[in-house]
Each structure stands twice: as structure tokens, then as C-alpha cells.
Design a binder for this molecule. Structure first.
Ligand code: CA
Length: 233
């Protein structure tokens, strides 16, 4: 159970989110304005904020910026609710430190999956790192032994491909920008650029064959490992 703040001015959307998040066992508060949301968050910091980017009193991106500038709220997870076609806002939001986004109109199931994925990442709810092989649909990864199988057929991955796959897998359900992947998989080696990421993801997908679809492209932003096998976005 997490404390979730929903900042959304469209009453019907806000109510649907509040209702379903409560059904999922969370402690939910909904507000329609950015200033009220910020004030509430400061009074009682939530674990996660669902943030509409088009609010009547201030831009959602400014709410996000204010949260990330506030030491008490910096670590609060943020999922943006964005309009179709507002790619720039999404990218700016992710660069400001938002964790993910969902595009309107969204399904409740999609929002719940994103919320779960983002909460799973937060340190308090974090899964201990296991040395056991993990199974995800058709894919099996034994990270410790550095071995990967698709449909019980072993796939030969380079050390870099393994690191890329493992990084994406551990952050499944959460979008990773090319810049983040460069920092975390390539250790920000200045020899590389975002094209490097695209090239290696392409190669990794080819090697994974039938399981390659688990690595989804998030247009204009980067990549995301599917939240669940068989759930595309
Ligand atoms: Ca709005």
C-alpha cells in the first residue's frame, strides 16, 4: 500500500483514478490544482504523484520541477498524465526527474501497471537482488551465470548485451531514456552516443528472436521492458 496523490483537474478522470487506486489498496488523495497539490505534498509527502501536465493554475511540469527542487519531495515518484502528441513535454518531464508517463486516453489497467512498476523501484519496496534465474514469459535469464534462454534455447549474448538486457529487465514497465541507458550500461563513456544504444538494442532484439518484443520502443524517448509478458503498450 502506498500513499498516492492525484493532481488532475478533469473530475471524471480523477475520480476513476482515485476509485481504482483505492480498490488496489492505496491511500489516495485527489486534487484539481497544481498549487493545492504541492501544498498537500509538502504537508504530507506521498510515495507517488500522478500528475496531469495541463492544469488550470500552473503547468504540471512546473509542479514536477518544484517537487524535484524540494529536498523533502525530491524522492517522491512522479507519473505524468500527458496528452497524445505532447512528446516534448514527456521528454522534458523525464529529464526533470519524472519516472514515467501514461498517455490519455489510458486504460485503468495500464495506469495500475505503471504505478506498480514505479513503486517496485522505490527503495522501500525494492526486491532484494536474487541470484536465482528469472523467468519472464518465453525468456529465462541467469544473470549470475551470464546465460539467457528463449523458449529453452540458449542465446549467446555479449557481456554488454547481457548488461543491457539485465538493466532493462530490472526496470521493467518503466521507460528508460537513451541517456539513462548510456549512463548506466555504458558508464557514460563519451565515445558512445544515443545511436550506440539504438544499435545495440536492435542487435539484442534480433538475438532474442521471439522474446525481442519484450523490449519496447518508446517513440522519441527510449526503451522500456514490458511490465508483464504479453502486455504490450
Ligand atoms: Ca488537465
Amino acid at each position: 500500500m502506498a500513499r498516492i496523490l492525484v493532481i488532475e483537474d478533469e473530475a471524471d478522470i480523477r475520480q476513476v483514478l482515485e476509485y481504482n487506486l483505492r480498490q488496489a489498496g492505496h491511500d489516495v488523495t485527489g486534487v484539481e490544482r497544481g498549487n493545492a497539490g504541492l501544498a498537500l505534498a509538502r504537508e504530507r509527502p506521498p510515495d507517488l504523484v500522478l500528475l496531469d501536465l495541463m492544469l488550470p493554475d500552473m503547468a504540471g511540469l512546473d509542479v514536477c520541477r518544484a517537487m524535484k527542487a524540494d529536498a523533502r519531495l525530491r524522492h517522491v515518484a512522479v507519473i505524468m498524465l500527458t496528452a497524445k502528441g505532447s512528446e516534448i513535454d514527456r521528454i522534458v518531464g523525464l529529464e526533470l526527474g519524472a519516472d514515467d508517463y501514461v498517455t490519455k486516453p489510458f486504460s485503468v489497467r495500464e495506469v495500475l501497471l505503471r504505478v506498480q512498476a514505479v513503486l517496485r523501484r522505490s527503495p522501500a519496496a525494492g526486491e532484494p537482488e536474487s541470484s536465482e534465474p528469472v523467468v519472464f514469459g518465453r525468456l529465462r535469464i541467469d544473470h549470475t551465470a551470464h546465460r539467457t534462454w528463449v523458449d529453452d534455447q540458449e542465446v549467446s549474448l555479449t557481456a554488454l548485451e547481457m548488461r543491457l538486457l539485465w538493466t532493462l529487465y530490472q526496470r521493467r514497465g518503466r521507460v528508460q531514456s537513451r541517456g539513462t541507458l548510456l549512463d548506466d550500461v555504458w558508464d557514460a563513456d563519451p565515445e558512445n552516443n544515443t545511436r550506440t544504444v539504438d544499435t545495440h538494442v536492435k542487435r539484442l532484439r534480433e538475438k532474442l528472436g521471439a522474446a525481442g518484443d519484450y523490449v519496447e520502443t518508446v517513440r522519441g524517448v527510449g526503451y522500456r521492458f514490458a511490465a508483464e509478458p504479453g502486455v504490450g503498450t
